[in-house]
Design a protein around this ligand. Structure first.
Ligand SMILES: [Zn+2]
Length: 364
């Protein structure tokens, strides 16, 4: 079983990130202030459907005390929902059911029929933006006059394609990409649960490659964990992941900050000898400079890293002017674009290094 399914959160508390959404929903559950329709929007695989399913169980759980918001996941109602055999919970993938007939047959007809044992009938409509115009109109009618004890949870990755008439009938929650530090903590927890040993630089690489998408991160981690019970370091993981070399990136940054072009050029060429993936290396370098830029701009909270790391980078950010930092980011952006197309792949990076050291702060 994939890690994503094996460790799918069963409680609000287990959902990675999305703090304000969890808090708002849990408060509404305890106060009995849930509305009849929710619209969850945001990038793919950041917890929308997972949250919808936990909410579905929480409102139907027979064992939940009135001052609690988490489902028990053990009572008959919770078990029936977890095992996908609850007739009152209807999950629809709108991408494959776009037509008005489907909305009439599966949603409207079912919403009007009484419940089959659960406290609330719940419709989870995934990728709701895929519905046809007539299907949306049919859905709108039922959202305007919802039958009692029916809960609609609509989810979409493309909010702008959901008609305003539909969106305005729902309470909206915007799910965010998972922040790097939250993702890192989640991956480390899974590694612990699986009793495996993975080095931090491999975890960091997965965090960066997955770009805030939890399912991608857990899928990559799953592939890496298959490598075995021994310590999985970057040498072992390179068969799965395009591995950069964070230690070398740090050396490069230090050389560039010191306007030491010769050392920087040596670092790049050492990397080539060690079969480092140069496009990953350039991306890591840019990501690093981005953190310095964010720190300089007074938004260190956007960086998402450990305190000691943040302290180190704050020191580095103080040693470079904004003008030079922006120039270096410009040079390395060009290198990142070119690195795949050049017959000598390190050449665009070498050009970026030379340009970055050509005009030091004294000349600007
Ligand atoms: Zn329960």
């Amino acid at each position: 079983m994939s890690l994503y399914r094996k460790y799918r959160p069963l409680l609000f508390a287990d959902i990675a990130g999305q703090e304000h959404i969890k808090q708002t929903l849990q408060r509404a559950i305890v106060r009995n202030e849930l509305v009849h329709a929710y619209l969850f929007s945001g990038p793919r695989a950041v917890g929308k459907t997972t949250t919808a399913r936990i909410l579905t169980r929480a409102v139907n759980c027979a064992a939940r005390a009135s001052d609690q918001s988490e489902p028990c996941n053990r009572c008959d109602a919770c078990m029936a929902i977890l095992e996908n055999r609850a007739l009152d919970v209807i999950e629809i993938d709108a991408a494959s059911h776009t037509g008005v007939d489907n909305v009439r047959d599966t949603i409207i007809a079912a919403a009007r029929v009484g419940r089959a044992g659960l406290a609330k009938k719940v419709f989870i409509i995934d990728e709701v933006h895929m519905l046809s115009t007539s299907a949306f109109n049919a859905l709108l009618k039922i959202l305007e006059e919802p039958p009692a004890q029916v809960l609609f949870i609509l989810a979409t990755t493309e909010l702008h394609k959901v008609p305003a008439t539909i969106a305005s009938r729902c309470q909206r929650f915007d799910f965010k990409r998972i922040a790097p530090d939250v993702m890192r903590a989640r991956l480390k927890r899974l590694i612990g649960l699986e009793k495996k040993n993975v080095t931090d630089d491999v975890v960091d690489t997965i965090v960066r490659l997955s770009d805030g998408c939890l399912r991608d991160a857990e899928s990559l981690l799953g592939q890496v964990l298959v490598l075995g019970d021994k310590k999985i370091d970057r040498d072992a993981a390179c068969v799965i992941l395009p591995i950069g070399n964070l230690a070398a990136v740090k050396d490069l940054i230090a050389a560039l900050l010191a306007v030491d072009g010769a050392s920087a050029l040596r670092i790049i060429n050492d990397c080539i000898e060690r079969d480092c993936d140069l496009s990953v290396f350039t991306a890591d370098t840019l990501e690093y400079f981005r953190t310095l830029l964010l720190i300089q701009s007074g938004t260190p909270e956007l960086v998402g890293m450990s305190e000691s790391e943040l302290r180190e980078r704050t020191g580095q950010a103080a040693r470079i002017t904004s003008e030079r930092l922006l120039a270096i980011i410009g040079h390395f952006s060009v290198a990142q674009r070119d690195v795949r197309y050049f017959s000598i792949p390190q050449l665009p990076i070498e050009v970026a290094i030379v340009k970055s050291c050509l005009y030091t702060d004294a000349h600007q």
